[in-house]
Design a protein. Sequence first.
Lengths: 267, 150, 279, 337
Amino acid sequence: MDNLIKKAKELLENNLVQVVIGYEKGNTQKSRPVFIFKAENADKLIYDESCHYNLASYITRQEMRHTGKMAVVANIHALKAMLVLANEHQFIEGNVIALAVDGSSDVTELKTFSEIEEYIASHPVELKEKEKVLLEKIKALSKEERWEFWQNELARCFKCYACRAACPMCYCHQCTVDCNKPQWITVAPHQLGNYEWQMMRAMHLAGRCVDCGACAEACPLDIPINMLTYYLSESIESNFGFKTGTSATKLYVLSDYKLEDKENFIR
Amino acid sequence: MENFEPKIVAFVCNWCTYAGADLTGTSRIKYAPNVKIIRFPCTGRIDFMILMKAFVNGADGIIVSGCHPNDCHYTSGNFHARRRWMVFRNLLDIMGVDLERITFSWVSAAEGAKWAEIVNSTVDKIKKLGPYENYKKLADSQQLKEVIHG
Amino acid sequence: MKKENIYLPYLMRIVSVREEAPEVRTYRLQFENEEEGNQFEFQAGQFGEYSVAGQGESTFCIASSPTRKGYIECTFRKTGRVTAALADLEAGSFIGFRGPYGNIFPIEEWNGKNLLFIAGGIALPPMRCVIWNCLDLREKFKDFTILYGARTVNDLVYKHELKEWEERTDVNLVTTVDPGGQTEDWKGEIGFVPTILDKMAPKAENTIAIVCGPPIMIKYTFPILEKYGFKDENIFTTLENRMKCGFGKCGRCNVGKVFVCKDGPVFTLAQLKELPAEY
Amino acid sequence: MKLLKKEALPKLFEKINSADKVIYAPVENHGQLVYRRVSAYDEVKKDYIQTVQSAKYVVFPKIEKLLDYQNSKDGTSLSEAVIDELPEIVLFGVRPCDAAGFDVLKAVFTWDFNDKFYIERAKKLTIIGLSCSKCDNECFCTSVGLNPGSTKGSDILLTKNNEGDYLAEIVTDKGQAMVSLCTDLFSDHKDDNKENYLTKVPVKFEKDAAIEKSTKSFENEQIWFDQAMRCLGCGACTYVCPTCSCFDIQDEGTSAKGIRYRCWDSCGLSQFTIHTSGHNPREEQSQRWRQRILHKYSYQPERLQVLGCVGCGRCSRSCPVDMNIAEHVETIAEIEL
């Protein structure tokens, strides 16, 4: 962890970045995001297995727009999210430096997109065990049971939008649910409103979600909404061979097409 | 439910399937009147949520039909649509929506007979499946009779 | 008479529609329930929530004067979802109206004083309510000046009433359009409201100034009033903030500790200066 | 002070049920503790600190129909939502901080205009509080003028003693009415010292200093900026909070018929105060966080004479990025002006 602090101090002292976004010791939780603007505060930085919140969600924040260059302590999911953001032209190459950490003590500084792509290629990552088990359980349910499962889970939602706020891919200034001409997704947190909200959220993240699980962790009611996006990522990879968050340049799956896309349901 | 008359909503592209449906009419081919046709400039323009709005408003079945690959008036509208439906069907499947109730098809302007066949077969299938009770119950939650907390 | 269910609007019928300017309309509304109409009273400066069933509610002022009984008028520009739905209606249609909400212009305190009304663009409606109210009690006040400006001649609202005010000898009306907004036969001033105000060099002595307009106009008008010696407590304005309930519960319209819907929308400049910069 | 035997509780539930009242109590649901309807005492969770969501939805549901509308060619009709056929509700196992939260809601919904929906629901509510024998790092009721055994807001307050029986304090006449339903279950009891059955909650900041300093720190942009940098701008803290009462009013339905409803809204969301012109008086997240703190620790004490926070710690437990309200209010209470 100390060479993370050393690296952060070096970047800040030489004014290579204006802010380092990392983790500090938490109060309710063991660790929490922190923004270091001055080198002497860099001693707060920590990194351990409790630091899994996806810091890439801060890159597109309103307050960051006029802060200048930033360095982000990035676990593998944050790096993948950065590639998707890069693919969607949300930041200029070099403006966001990734301090890649993987639980061991060394820190790799990644400036260019290709460096990030290589690092991701050499650090494959899987869903957590309990996430895999739940996903398989849902997939094994019958159509009727799955409908009941989601009706029971989503009826509880009160649309606090923590899932949207924690997601690095949800950076729209005005989300569809905030537009009211037309009111495409109702504001009301009744069963229909929640069902349509999660369906639209999952569809807008199809081929963009990097399976970091920040949405389910942020949900105060522990609704397993990450299962929707995990299943889509899985099926997109098998249908189109498209692995999200592995390339900064390859076209995003739904804005591209191939003549030989195979399907078995169109008559 | 023998006298159940399903309500089917068809989202069709203007250049091919809509013209195909015209051809069905001009060549005096009869098909089930249960279908309500909604015309779109292209299948690429059909937002995935529109299908759900049809279910919310009482549809029991949906047909989505457009130009064959390489026939699209806008060259790639149907290719994008194809990918969107492949992804969206997976999402509907995991969320428990009954995929049997949504029929996807390519119908060109010359395939009047095929359009009639698709409509008739869909109406028969939905007749067997019966009204879409699940989604009607979900749509009913808008009346706020029972609000679930926590 | 406060309704038991504070969210239930009065049912109002639109009796007349007047196109004021592109996308700006004035509706005259009558209470569908006679008895509610007779008991309804309000004062200049108050606002209401106008709603189209199925689209939602929208907040704007009551544009007619409380001295005119039996109807209320509202003027709005078609911008959001509800105002767009309102703009689709025509005479005979029904809308909901909840109110009156908010505080009032203290007209009694202005007896024997000169009145200077400064309005910009679509902000003339809240002013028109207090202007007509004062004009109906004209003898109570000394001289009466109205400075009203808009982006172009076409954007001036209440054009026929401007003519009426112009012909009156006891009212000094000055209308202006932004540079470039004038037409060939335009006889009024050309320039932004603050510049024309500066040219008029208003006398502060025993004068009340009432200012309503877009934030940019307000920002440049206050310093000019202060330059000519207007004291802060003699300058009145109305604040605009997003509102939903209108009676201090939905927690949305506060500026610091002040609810714009309950402690406003009418504020003096003195009060405004105490408020934090949150509007 | 009365005594309620351990074995008497199931009977109390039966008596309440037989008086066709509905009982809500903390139960395990989807792996979380939440107030849900129960029919018997054994369904109730026995050993817990706090539910995830507060019980405010019993008087301020997340979505409430205000009126129905019908549009037809001969006119529009607006009919009030019928609210008076609600069942009597008994809320069992409410912690003292939650019970005090109902007083804050009452202050808001009966200030100046009376909110009929809140009043009807509150009239039919009886609260049986349960003192705290345990607390955790997020509890700070003692810093906001409450304590683990406070009777504020409860109609009856039960405190479990070492033998497992309950000291029952009858606080209000609603509580007395509840007891009169089953006087045989409550026996008189000498004044047992309730204190030694309660947990100790460390005081984190001084209430009056927090109110005074927060009122004066509106302009102190740096402190709000530093605190709210990591705040994501979601509504989780406000929706789990027992005292947050902000709401939105919307219409839903077809052009022919539909409803107007009120639903929860949050000052943390970016669109809360946006004008139609696009101007937003609270553009940045630090301003929204400032609103959340000042509304509770400055504006409500001044306007409604009630502190808008009951120290339950739910917002700190539910925040995805650990915005701990006690820690931040403590920082504000200790700044030198």
